[in-house]
Write a protein that binds this ligand. Structure first.
Ligand code: FE2
Length: 279
């Protein structure tokens, strides 16, 4: 029997350290939602080096993680595991700080060689293509968090393609795919899916209501639009490889979606590809 384990690699579960869970009780309520939705492993990824959430004291984060794990184990036993990682805001010092690991206090995902990187929404910072390439040469596996929500990336498909070609692993937010952030972000997410660039879909949950955990709605849409084998890779096999610190297998090629009726909110795969290549 094949056991499916859905894993959420990006959520702000750690209580009291950023704009995610305020306290342990809220973190546990978020875990309940995730568990009910079918999630069996989560990586708590507090903002690191964010302009508002520096989180430079790793011991404090590890302490908060231990407290959360004890409570999660008490409530869910072996049915839900919470690992520790971080969402690293990229700025000019990031490469030097990553280079200093483990002496620096940055946190890779679940102790692996995978790094979850958040590019600035308003400032280009280091060249992202050079950055992912350099990190790859140093043995890291860089994951780019929610590129569909970063307007300067969305508007430059050639840059995104170069990031992917140089080793950047793209992670979409589940709510982007389901349309909760509006049609522009959904279209950007769809385009990345159509291209076969996406390796992960995560909740990036911050609370129980506005940004809740849960991947099943996005998974249903990925299965319907791009095929079951793509969904299995993105929601199960790739995140599992992260937890086991293995390289990713190739993502199966996405099935071409049927063209939507003219004038509908989303345009078909072929139409979008034509538009892209005609620029
Ligand atoms: Fe996040």
């Amino acid at each position: 029997m094949i056991v499916t384990i859905v894993i959420d690699l990006h959520c702000h579960l750690l209580p009291g350290v950023d704009d995610g869970a305020n306290d342990l009780a809220q973190a546990v309520r978020m875990c309940e939602i995730a568990h009910r939705d079918g999630c069996r492993a989560m990586v708590a990824t507090p903002h690191l080096r964010h302009e508002r959430y520096e989180n430079a004291d790793r011991r404090l984060l590890e302490q908060a993680h231990r407290g959360l794990c004890e409570e999660v184990h008490r409530r869910f036993g072996d049915e839900l595991k919470v690992f520790l990682g971080g969402e690293i805001a990229v700025h000019s010092q990031s490469l030097a700080e990553i280079d200093a690991l483990p002496a620096s206090s940055l946190l890779p995902l679940a102790g692996s060689r995978y790094l979850l990187l958040e590019l600035s929404t308003h400032d280009l910072g280091p060249d992202p293509v050079e950055m992912v390439y350099e990190l790859g040469l140093a043995g890291w596996r860089p994951i780019i968090a929610h590129p569909e929500r970063i307007s300067w990336l969305v508007s430059d498909s050639g840059l995104l393609a170069a990031i992917v070609d140089h080793g950047g692993l793209l992670q979409l937010t589940a709510m982007s795919l389901t349309g909760a952030f509006g049609p522009a972000i959904q279209n950007a997410a769809d385009h990345m899916m159509d291209q076969g660039w996406v390796r992960f879909v995560c909740s990036d949950a911050h609370d129980e209501r506005i940004r809740p955990p849960g991947l099943s709605a996005a998974r249903r849409r990925v299965t319907k639009e791009w095929g079951r084998s793509v969904a299995q890779a993105i929601f199960e096999r790739h995140p599992r490889a992260v937890l086991e610190d293995r390289p990713l297998e190739p993502t199966p090629l996405p099935e071409a979606r049927p063209a939507s009726p003219a004038g509908s909110k989303t345009q078909g795969w072929v139409a979008r590809l034509k538009r892209l290549t005609s620029r």
